[in-house]
Design a protein around this ligand. Structure first.
Ligand code: PGA
Length: 253
């Protein structure tokens, strides 16, 4: 069974609600028909309900960019996975390098968030990826394997199979420097092999691994044509409908 590709938009802390609505409308109106891939939009938390309602009844899904790992309680400013699910979102990003670096989220925290996301009935989009220093020293495979081990490998096979992994080398995020299709393929193949060793062929062959880091209209097709690249997690280029629709075209075409 070929894996259905996914194009996920990570808006990060960008746009106001009205811009998010127009962007979503433009994307929904411009989608290829038939749509042969999955589209997920991750708006800022504050617009999640609005965007989830807007795409209700379409094939577009929505994700939160983050959540807390507890169900409820005295965590001022935080939002639980249950709250994310309650407003109609279906997915939740976790482990993004910006959360790891700027908000001190380590592997145990991300593991707890993965569990919270699953407990709420959402699909985790689990991000992993190495810094430039780690890549330069050649330690990227061991680093990413450790992120997978500590963040995901406690899950049962039938659960892990539905998790979406996003490989996002930190040196490629928002920098305009994209991993070459070969670099992306090498790491994606490594991730899939690591999963194969631990979970076997069924899980490894079913699981979707997205690439993230300066995906754009003009490099999407070459990245997505790699055998182990099952789509993209797109930041900057997801904020303009024309460019983002071209990326979708590259994944669905
Ligand atoms: P970018 O961000 O496409 O702007 O590099 C990707 C991401 O951080 O998910």
């Amino acid at each position: 069974m070929p894996r259905t590709k996914i194009v996920a938009a990570n808006w990060k802390m960008n746009l106001l609600m009205k811009d998010g609505i127009s962007l979503t409308e433009a994307i929904c109106n411009g989608l290829p028909d038939p749509l042969r891939c999955e589209i997920i939009l991750a708006p800022p938390m504050l617009f999640l309900k609005e965007i989830a309602s807007l795409v209700d009844g379409t094939s577009v899904r929505t994700a939160a960019q983050n959540c807390h790992y507890e169900v409820s309680g005295a965590y001022t400013g935080e939002v639980s996975a249950e709250m994310v699910a309650n407003v109609g979102a279906t997915h939740c990003i976790t482990g993004h390098s910006e959360r790891r670096e700027l908000f001190n989220e380590n592997n145990p925290i991300i593991r707890a968030k993965v569990d919270a996301i699953l407990r709420a009935g959402l699909v985790p989009i689990f991000c992993c990826g190495e810094s430039l220093a780690i890549r330069t020293s050649g330690g990227q495979n061991a680093f990413v394997a450790n992120q997978l081990e500590e963040g995901l490998f406690h899950l049962a096979p039938d659960v892990l199979e539905h998790v979406i992994i996003a490989y996002e080398p930190i040196w490629a995020i928002g920098t305009g420097v994209t991993a070459s299709p070969q670099q992306a393929q090498e790491m994606h193949a490594f991730i899939r092999e690591t999963i194969r060793l631990k979970y076997g062929n069924g899980v490894a062959d079913a699981l979707r691994i997205l690439y993230g880091g300066s995906v754009k209209a003009d490099n999407a097709a070459s990245l997505f044509s790699q055998p182990d690249v099952d789509g993209g997690l797109v930041g900057g280029a997801s904020l303009q409908p024309d460019g983002f629709l071209k990326i979708i075209e590259a994944a669905c075409g």
